[in-house]
Design a protein around this ligand. Structure first.
Ligand code: HEM
Length: 42
């Protein structure tokens, strides 16, 4: 997924996953997406 897709899913939630808009700031959501990219195996 693109960063934009990951950010949108984190904000809106999906299925049983809660939405994070209003719980995390946009900056915090962008940070968590950046962090998960660091876990990716190359
Ligand atoms: C800030 C922390 C989190 C981030 C960045 C995040 C991100 C994501 C993303 C991007 C997806 C979509 C994956 C896909 O479509 O393949 C997803 C799915 C999911 N997440 Fe999270 N998540 C977070 C926290 C949580 C928490 C705390 C829970 C449990 C309470 C949770 C439960 C789920 C579930 C159950 C799905 C699958 C939803 C479905 O497709 O039905 N997530 N998450």
């Amino acid at each position: 997924m693109s960063d934009a897709d990951l950010i949108a899913t984190t904000k809106k939630g999906r299925g049983k996953m809660p939405a994070y808009a209003g719980k995390l700031t946009d900056a915090q959501i962008a940070d968590v997406v950046t962090y998960t990219r660091t876990l990716q195996k190359k």
